[in-house]
Design a protein around this ligand. Sequence first.
Ligand code: NAP
Length: 336
Amino acid sequence: MRAWTLDDFGFENLHLKQVPTPVAGAHELLVKVSAVSLNYRDKALVEGIYAPEKMPKGLIPVADFAGVVAAVGEGVTAFGVGERVTSHFYSTWEDGPWLPEYADHQLGGPLGGGLTEYQVLGENAVVPTPAGLTDEQAATLPIAALTPWFAMREYGNIGAGDTVLVQGTGGVSIFAIQIAAALGARVIVTSSSDEKLTRARKLGATDTINYRTTPDWATAALELTDGAGVDLVLDVVGGEGIRDSIRAARGGGMVAVVGFLNGQSTTLDLMDVIWHQTRIQGIAVGHRRSFHDLVRFLEDHHIHPVIDTVYDFPDAHAAYDQLAAGAFGKIVIQVA
Ligand SMILES: NC(=O)c1ccc[n+]([C@@H]2O[C@H](COP(=O)([O-])OP(=O)(O)OC[C@H]3O[C@@H](n4cnc5c(N)ncnc54)[C@H](OP(=O)(O)O)[C@@H]3O)[C@@H](O)[C@H]2O)c1
């Protein structure tokens, strides 16, 4: 079969090769991959800044994919040949609190990912692909949709009457807008582009702030909420900007720490947190039970993933380049 392998860190070491097709062992599925979607982590991983100490040489990258069961190993009961499945990123996290051991079972590094014609997955490392979605659409869900859903529903209890602030219009943020709007929340979105903000409104954003022309977006968010602040900030930017997120959240509100686009560390003024009584909640995607809940919610609300561009399998480098340039929604690579 053909697979992309990461033979060392750096995009110059990401190669398309012929490799042996894997065989499903006990309680495993052999999945014929139809499509993958890219997340920022997939790029950070190639660059060697995402848990580099955990990544094996020759890794097949990319966490999120959807495909069709091509063969089943001994003892598999949950799925049969021909069924459509979508990967579950934290492949051993079923439910309950996160445990450190789950980090060793992330798909697309340290475990093999989807940028390959076939991949073997545990029968519990997938969810059934929603009937109303194509494999290309389903491949966008495992990280980018589950992360904001987990923040808003497992931690934030967001619903009608709440206000959510979403940063940017990347993969996670577009799903955040769609989900928050469907939950009945008011959605404030920031972006570097007025054109993207117009498109965000069509997906359910109620208020928009251009963070290029209005760098003090936190004050703008406070003004939009009559000084009260928002119930939840989905912070995908990280770095020193966390302080603005704390300022933009209401007293006792939540800052969901999701991303690190502007850096993986920050200096916190504890007095900001103390005065605002902010709940700072780290988010690590989510567990499979929540993924099932999300899939039902997407179906009930007829939410379809927003795909910016679909690339062909040999054009993976171009797909990563577009992720770096800033896509509106998701970048997909068609495999089969
Ligand atoms: N903790 C978790 O479980 C988890 C899960 C998924 C992702 N993440 C992290 O979340 C971050 C976003 O991931 P992604 O896959 O959605 O990335 P992405 O698709 O590459 O999105 C990038 C977008 O972020 C926006 N952005 C960049 N700098 C910004 C800034 N200073 N202020 C506001 N928006 C800014 C831009 O939107 P505009 O073009 O509109 O300005 C850009 O297009 C990454 O750090 C990723 O690793 C974490």
